[in-house]
Design a protein around this ligand. Structure first.
Ligand SMILES: [Zn+2]
Ligand SMILES: [Zn+2]
Length: 223
């Protein structure tokens, strides 16, 4: 099923009416030389999905079909959805010109309930692009996110008590460093791989002071 969807995405040609409408809408600065259109094959062929990817991809194609009908009036072009095992920090990433959506395998495994929201977010980029509109996190993008209860561009779970914040538990993980010299605290998403100096002390001419990891936070709101 997944390979058939990939083949359909590769073989698709945009209907002339769609291209004309997109060209009419496209304006600088988002499209300084007009609407770039969709790339037509041949672009790269992909190796078949891994066995462990298949159920996630089938589910993501279901999401795509349902979202396309429910939120995009069925106008979205066929899409290649795949898993990029190297994607770790993002939930997903889309290349609208190639109609190519990459998903984060680790997030799919850990938080399958958020998959549909990741797909929704990426499809908004595709929907805007398909109509020749600026495809970034614009006001129209945010308005679309609201249709599924997201008060920000992040793909949390609607109704999450943390409200507009990202509901991905990974985003709650923080490490706190402390400079014993100036007492400044630094909060980071991940621990540094090597000893680090206090940037504040360096900038202010107080000398070289190594910052010390003092806390690891999780499951609370450190911001
Ligand atoms: Zn985005
Ligand atoms: Zn310091």
């Amino acid at each position: 099923m997944v390979l058939q969807r990939w083949a359909a995405a590769r073989g698709w040609q945009p209907p002339p009416a769609l291209e004309q409408a997109a060209r009419r809408n496209a304006r600088p600065p988002a499209y300084p030389r007009g609407w770039p259109g969709f790339l037509v094959p041949p672009f790269e062929l992909l190796p078949a999905p891994r066995e462990v990817d298949l159920s996630h991809l089938v589910a993501a194609y279901d999401d795509y079909d349902q979202l396309n009908e429910a939120h995009f009036a069925g106008v979205l072009p066929p899409l290649r959805i795949r898993i990029n095992p190297r994607l770790r920090s993002l939930g997903g990433r889309i290349d609208p010109r190639r109609r190519d959506l990459e998903l984060n395998y680790f997030r799919l495994e850990e938080l399958p309930a958020t998959r549909v929201e990741v797909v929704f977010h990426e499809l908004i980029h595709l929907w805007l692009y398909t109509r020749g509109l600026p495809a970034g996190h614009t006001a129209e993008f945010r308005r679309k996110m609201l249709e599924r209860g997201h008060c920000s561009i992040r793909y949390g779970v609607p109704g999450d008590p943390k409200g507009p914040r990202h509901a991905y538990p990974g985003s709650d993980r923080r490490v706190v460093y402390h400079c014993p010299h100036c007492e400044r605290q630094y909060t980071r998403r991940a621990a540094y791989r090597q000893p680090m100096l206090c940037g504040s002390c360096l900038r202010e001419g107080r000398g070289h002071h190594r910052i010390v990891l003092v806390a690891r936070l999780e499951g609370q709101d450190p911001r």
